[in-house]
Design a protein around this ligand. Structure first.
Ligand code: ZN
Length: 157
């Protein structure tokens, strides 16, 4: 579980790429664990493998909304540019516009889970991992909870 905990000094280029790749592919940025989402939108609050608490500070997910907005608009601009370039000078209107809008309206929904893990990766690059990132807001230590017998877990939560 020393993943990322010895995250001292400047992040190396390879680590940076690895963090961003894991983040943009819905994996835990720290350990690469997948299956963090249920029914597309429900994200585990802690990584099942490395126990990283994803909502590192209150308001953490505002960044994910920002990332989702940036990516969606970027793709919209690129898509429109290609569309206009390919069809110029007879740019089609009418029902094409509705198809185009419908396709791009789906991007923020499709990218929603990726935006959360990607933002967590960017956040880790800006604010290196600390000991407290592996604990809940209640001050419970997840490592100790894992070692407790199942019958005693309820008393500790
Ligand atoms: Zn993890």
């Amino acid at each position: 579980m020393d993943n990322g905990k010895n995250n001292e000094g400047p992040t190396k280029g390879r680590d940076l790429f690895k963090l961003l790749w894991r983040g943009s592919t819905k994996a835990c940025p720290l350990c690469g664990q997948r299956k963090l989402f249920k029914k597309w939108v429900h994200m585990e609050s802690n990584c099942p493998r490395c126990k990283l608490h994803f909502e590192r500070i209150e308001g953490h997910w505002i960044g994910a909304v920002g990332i989702n907005t940036i990516v969606s608009f970027l793709l919209l601009v690129i898509g429109l540019a290609i569309f206009f370039y390919a069809t110029y000078p007879n740019i089609p209107t009418g029902r094409w516009v509705f198809w185009f809008a419908a396709c791009f309206g789906a991007i923020p929904i499709l990218f929603y889970p990726n935006s959360k893990t990607l933002w967590t990766a960017i956040d880790i690059l800006m604010r290196p991992i600390e000991e407290r990132d592996f604990k809940t807001g209640k001050g419970d230590d997840f490592v100790n909870i894992q070692e407790v017998l199942p019958s005693e877990v309820g008393e500790n939560l």
